[in-house]
Design a binder for this molecule. Structure first.
Ligand SMILES: Nc1ncnc2c1ncn2[C@@H]1O[C@H](COP(=O)(O)OP(=O)(O)OP(=O)(O)O)[C@@H](O)[C@H]1O
Ligand code: SF4
Ligand SMILES: [Mg+2]
Length: 354
């Protein structure tokens, strides 16, 4: 009998680019003007690596990630390129939102897990049937084989007594078990890319740590690229290889995780990091503690979107143009007029702006 480990692709060499997103834009016409919810976002996802996407609520993280699967409502005007590599590279943005090609990509090549597993599972069918449905859609026509793969996945994600559990309904699972089952379903077709949108936010700290451990282990084994959306900088430090910091629909800083923690260049990133000790440690550190609020991304003038909240802003410069993206290291880019290594610490110029 075939199992997940012998029918699926062999893992790509770690670091191989599997998905390149370029200049993604997602705009929503509203009564008050056009909401530029995602405004020129580019990044690359690599096999065996995790890119963290962080930023305050409303910065456009979920919309960005859902663009990779053409999941946003049709009211959003979306442009850009999402190149999924392979024998025949595919530009996902050229696919119809509900067409057959994108449906063959969803779940099979790019899978998604999110905060609330109840929305991933219907209450009407057993967990096993729902995972098997995914396997039958993409991997095999043989029901007993699909059941065997499903059992293997449930075991792999650490669901004890999987032979009995496979025939249970979602409400018979605890929150942590449902989250594991959702991961089992997401990984049952061995996707090249996994999108994880706040996947552990609803879980208590112990279960959260177990689920994160599990994801890391499965990534080592299967070699998929992960886009990991989180508010939690403790999780970023633990899970991510690279970090993209989003603000007002843009990536304002992008760097390897150690660079972000050791040498953050954007005042917004510094603000996020400074906020950690004030709130307690690591895991409970939330991003929403920077003073001021995010403006609505409607009809914004061409200036730095962080200007009103920035402790080191330069009036006359930062509010006169949109800062361009500047490369400040091999893999480190930032969108800020004060991008140099000698940029002042956030406190040094407060009086200049008082
Ligand atoms: N279906 C929708 N209809 C209208 N506006 C939307 C919709 N989905 C998102 N938006 C708006 O787009 C912007 C980006 O939303 P998005 O959900 O991507 O933010 P996020 O960074 O994921 O936030 P959070 O951390 O709260 O999940 C926000 O201003 C939000 O209000
Ligand atoms: S461009 Fe100016 S206002 Fe914007 S973050 Fe940089 S220093 Fe602050
Ligand atoms: Mg979101």
């Amino acid at each position: 009998m075939t199992t997940i480990t012998d029918t699926v692709r062999s893992p790509l060499a770690a670091g191989t680019a599997v998905l390149r997103a370029s200049e993604l834009r997602s705009e929503l016409p509203t009564e008050n003007g056009t909401l530029r919810a995602v405004d020129g976002v580019s990044f690359t996802l690599r096999a065996g690596r995790t890119l963290g996407l962080v930023g305050e609520s409303g910065s456009g993280k979920s919309l960005t990630s859902r663009m990779l699967l053409r999941l946003n409502p049709p009211s959003f005007r979306e442009t850009g390129e999402v190149l999924l590599s392979g024998d025949e590279p595919l530009d996902i943005m050229e696919l119809r939102r509900d067409g057959p090609v994108i449906r063959s990509v969803r779940g099979r090549r790019i899978a998604m897990i999110f905060q609330e597993p109840m929305t991933a599972f219907s209450p009407l069918y057993t967990i096993g049937n729902q995972i098997m449905e995914m396997i039958l859609l993409h991997r095999t026509d043989d029901r007993s084989e699909a059941r065997a793969i499903c059992l293997e996945m449930l075991n792999k994600v650490g669901i004890a007594d999987a032979e009995r559990r496979i025939d249970q309904y979602p409400h018979e699972f605890s929150g942590g078990m449902r989250q594991r089952a959702m991961i089992a379903m997401a990984l049952s077709c061995d996707p090249e890319v996994l999108i994880a949108d706040e996947p552990t936010t609803a879980l208590d700290v112990t279960i959260q740590a177990q689920v994160l451990d599990l994801m890391r282990g499965l990534q080592r084994e299967l070699g998929m690229a992960i886009l990991f959306i989180t508010h939690d900088l403790g999780i970023v430090a633990e899970m991510c290889d690279d970090v993209a910091v989003m603000y007002l629909g843009r990536i304002v800083e992008h760097a390897p995780v150690r660079e972000i923690f050791r040498r953050p260049r954007h005042p917004y990133t510094r603000g996020l990091l400074d906020a950690i000790p004030k709130l307690g440690r690591g895991r409970t550190a939330r991003l929403a503690s920077i003073e001021g609020t995010v403006p609505q991304a409607i009809d914004l003038p061409p200036m730095c979107g962080f200007f009103d909240r920035c402790p080191v802003r330069i009036p006359g410069l930062c509010d006169a143009r949109d800062p361009e993206e500047v490369r400040v290291g091999d893999e480190h880019t930032v969108r800020c007029e004060r991008h140099g290594p000698d940029a002042p610490a956030d406190d040094s110029e407060k009086e200049a702006n008082a």
